[in-house]
Design a protein around this ligand. Structure first.
Ligand SMILES: NC(=O)c1ccc[n+]([C@@H]2O[C@H](COP(=O)([O-])OP(=O)(O)OC[C@H]3O[C@@H](n4cnc5c(N)ncnc54)[C@H](O)[C@@H]3O)[C@@H](O)[C@H]2O)c1
Length: 243
């Protein structure tokens, strides 16, 4: 019997990287999947565990709201939300335009807010649910040329704590994951030199893989394993940050 047998899990950013790895693991654990992404969700993922795919921009409030309602119509329930949609845009602070700042905040922070805002009512109505927001260790430690990303990810950690206070009494547990560097298309644009230097400074000596982040999401999604995690930020990060 899988750890998510009979449950419906919504995953944003499901077409790639951490979202896709989480989809694969959750399917193996018996979940039915609702896969949201701006990009087309690969066939391989759509054929998992009664999965349905939804082309959604997480910055579009009406689209996110309508999609959450549709998922409950399509699947009959909603048990877990994993917000993994995100973008990374490197630019020095002194060259950062307000438009670039706004875009990263819109996807990486507002998108997480919108998904939770329109998923939570369905979970509260059922008296149970799990919301797992993918932040980043950079939201804890800061980083160069990523002021908007760092601000968004710190915002996700704060948002997670605030939602945890309000929703835990209603049966919905909200937590975050702050991964370290993970080999996904998100970091394709970073130079090989930076990646070599960064790997060398990690206590583990290497980046993580998306399949090594997904089990943390499974822990937070499942019961009884995740039953007393509330407002936490867990760190699968190769030792880069030790809070
Ligand atoms: N890769 C890393 O090193 C790393 C480290 C820490 C945190 N993270 C976070 O993990 C999450 C997943 O990133 P990943 O590394 O798997 O990257 P990825 O690029 O492989 O996947 C991100 C997905 O989000 C989707 N997406 C982007 N903008 C969207 C939008 N507006 N609406 C809907 N979908 C959208 C993309 O199409 C893509 O499929 C992100 O929030 C990222 O910030 C990644």
């Amino acid at each position: 019997m899988g750890k998510l047998e009979g449950q419906v899990a919504v995953i944003t950013g499901a077409a790639s990287g951490i979202g896709a790895a989480t989809a694969r693991l959750f399917a193996r654990e018996g979940a039915r999947l609702a896969l949201l992404d701006l990009s087309p969700v690969p066939e391989e993922l759509q054929s998992l565990a009664a999965a349905t795919a939804y082309a959604v921009d997480v910055t579009d409030a009406d689209a996110v709201s309508g999609t959450m309602d549709r998922i409950v119509d399509d699947h009959g329930r909603m048990d877990v939300l994993v917000s993994a949609a995100g973008i990374l845009d490197e630019v020095p602070f002194l060259e950062m335009t307000p438009e670039r700042f706004d875009r990263t905040i819109a996807v990486d922070l507002r998108g997480v807010f919108l998904a939770a805002r329109f998923a939570a009512p369905h979970m509260v109505a059922a008296g149970a649910g799990r919301i797992i927001n993918i932040a980043s260790q950079l939201g804890i430690k800061g980083g160069t040329n990523l002021a908007h990303y760092v601000a968004a990810k710190a915002g996700v950690i704060g948002l997670t704590k605030a939602l945890a206070f309000e929703l835990a009494p209603k049966g919905v547990l909200v937590n975050a994951i702050a991964p370290g560097p993970i080999v996904t298309p998100l970091i394709d644009g970073l130079s090989e030199e930076w990646k070599r230097g960064k790997s060398a400074e990690l206590p583990l000596g290497r980046f993580g893989r998306p399949e090594e982040v997904a089990p943390t999401a499974l822990l937070l999604a499942s019961s009884p394993d995740g039953d007393i995690y509330v407002g936490q930020t867990l760190g699968p990060n190769s030792g880069d940050v030790m809070p």
